[in-house]
Design a binder for this molecule. Structure first.
Ligand SMILES: [Mg+2]
Length: 512
């Protein structure tokens, strides 16, 4: 900054001498006395000083509830919940367990090379919301415009350089049919990318990248789609084993949450109806809920449905709901004509749930962690209100709240505007200065990305744009927060109002 201060004081002194001589041109910068290089440096210094003079934004509450859509809780009569990662938050030990079980399955069932047994889980490698290209074998992050985030493309554990990425895809933007499949033709073309929006998929990505890296380093030819399917099937077929291990030792895998019971009590005292719809089996959910809420947890719920098989539960119409005999650990072949408290139900559809209870539309608020299988269909097809529980928000908001991040994010915005305003200078000395600004902007873009995750950055942003994951989340969730317990900070008649966002054509502020 001392260079800035020296240059600025020289300019101000010269300017004052011009004004004493009644020079008509009151422009601060007397261009004839300065080289282009000095003018650009002066503009840089002035912008930097302006940035430093601004107050940094206030911290965001990591326990806040954030609104995408207006939601008046006084209209909500029925509260529904998913279980995994919505009510039960897992410790990192669960990711390690799933990784190890999946790795063993790759060896035992799929006969992968025995050296793979030595590959350890890297817990901070991947984040939720990435895409895996099953044709090209790349794990990458897309933004809401389907643009690739350069620097967030990996083959195995190795980053792929932007030049190579451009050679592979020929463009920074991926065609929508490639990402999502082509639904305009009768026979839908299969998409070439898989969106990994489930928290259970994080250890799967870790295993896939570790094995791919091993294959690449040992020059073993592999098919990316087969690797993807083998890993996916291995990890997912281990879920029943994982359920048994976790149910036997819940404290080792589930984070305690004493506020959960308080929240259920509040809802019950205010005559709200509660239901649980989970894809997990009864014995696993019961063990977790007994630890989290107590052995009387079923008393809080008017309807409990296990093995629901979402998203089919929300999309299919002809799958009968059945009674689950928790003692015999099997379902009973009797037609269900009413839903009773204390009984555990199995499979079924949302249509039956709505027909048998009369609960429908905006009086239902359903909480889940998965933007598709929990939230998309209930909001699009059934008009339920939705709340997303996004565990990663705690880390993301704590990172946003650091002074260094705030300073870097503000300066990045102002520096970018400075570059845009001075791009018409074409002399070599100007291009050299602007080149320095561009390098500084690249550095800031990378440092504001890597503080969230060194490989893939924030779950919510790709530099300035929202991620593909965020777009889905904001489309399907009325509100979102890091944990159900945060709702205890709001009354049951609270209205959540979304913030008025700034559109590109509207007046902006550097610090919103
Ligand atoms: Mg879940």
């Amino acid at each position: 900054m001392s260079m800035c201060n020296t240059l600025l004081s020289r300019i101000l002194k010269l300017n004052r001498s011009f004004s004493h001589k009644n020079v008509k041109n009151t422009s601060l910068i007397q261009t004839s006395n300065f080289s282009t290089r000095e003018l650009l440096k002066e503009a840089y210094c002035r912008t930097k000083l302006k940035c430093r003079s601004k107050k940094l934004p206030q911290d965001v509450n990591p326990r806040g509830v954030f609104a995408c859509n207006e939601l008046d809780l006084s209209e909500v009569k029925v509260y529904g919940f998913d279980y995994d990662y919505t009510l039960a938050h897992y410790k990192p030990s669960l990711e390690h367990l799933l990784y190890n079980l999946g790795r063993d399955m790759l060896l035992d069932k799929y006969k992968y090379p025995s050296e793979i047994s030595k590959l350890e889980y890297k817990p901070d490698f991947a984040v939720r919301g990435l895409h895996y290209d099953i044709e090209k074998g790349l794990l990458l992050k897309l933004d809401s415009f389907l643009q690739i985030q350069f620097g967030a493309v990996y083959r195995g554990l190795t980053p792929v350089a932007p030049e190579e990425v451009l050679k592979i895809y020929r463009n920074r933007i991926i065609p929508i049919a490639y990402v999502e499949g082509d639904t305009r033709v009768h026979k839908a073309n299969r998409s070439k990318m898989v969106h990994l929006a489930d928290l259970f998929s994080v250890p799967e990505m870790g295993l896939m990248c570790n094995v791919a890296e091993y294959f690449i380093r040992n020059q073993i030819d592999y098919h990316p789609e087969i690797l993807f399917l083998d890993v996916k099937n291995s990890v997912q077929s281990c879920h029943p084993i994982m359920h048994k291990i976790v149910a036997k030792n819940v404290e080792e895998y589930i984070r305690p949450n004493s506020d959960l019971k308080k929240y259920f009590q509040l809802l019950q005292e205010c005559d709200k109806k509660l239901f649980l719809v989970t894809n997990s089996p009864y014995h696993f959910v019961n063990a977790g809920m007994e630890m989290l809420v107590g052995s009387d947890w079923r008393e809080f719920f008017d309807v409990v449905i296990v093995n629901a098989n979402k998203p089919k539960f929300f999309t299919e119409v002809s799958r009968p709901i059945r009674v689950f005999d928790k003692n015999a650990n099997t379902h009973i072949w009797e037609k269900v004509t009413s839903l009773e408290k204390g009984i555990i139900y199995y499979e079924g559809t949302v249509k039956q749930l709505q027909d048998l209870t009369g609960w429908s539309g905006h009086q239902v608020l359903y909480f889940g962690d998965h933007p598709y299988s929990d939230l998309a269909d209930v909001t699009l097809e059934h008009g339920w209100r939705t709340g997303a529980i996004i565990n990663e928000l705690t880390h993301e908001i704590n990172t946003l709240n650091t002074q260094t991040f705030k300073e870097n994010a503000n300066w990045l915005q102002m520096l970018t505007q400075l570059i845009e305003d001075h791009q018409e200078y074409k002399e070599p000395e100007a291009l050299a200065v602007i080149g320095e600004w561009m390098a500084e902007r690249d550095y800031l873009r990378n440092s504001t990305k890597s503080v969230f995750n060194p490989q893939f950055g924030s779950v919510f942003r790709t530099y300035h744009n929202p991620t593909y994951f965020s777009r889905r989340l904001f489309r399907f969730a009325d509100i979102y927060t890091s944990n159900i317990r945060n709702l205890l900070n709001y009354s049951l008649t609270h209205t959540f109002y979304p913030r008025r966002g700034v559109m590109p054509h509207e007046y902006g502020s550097y610090f919103v």
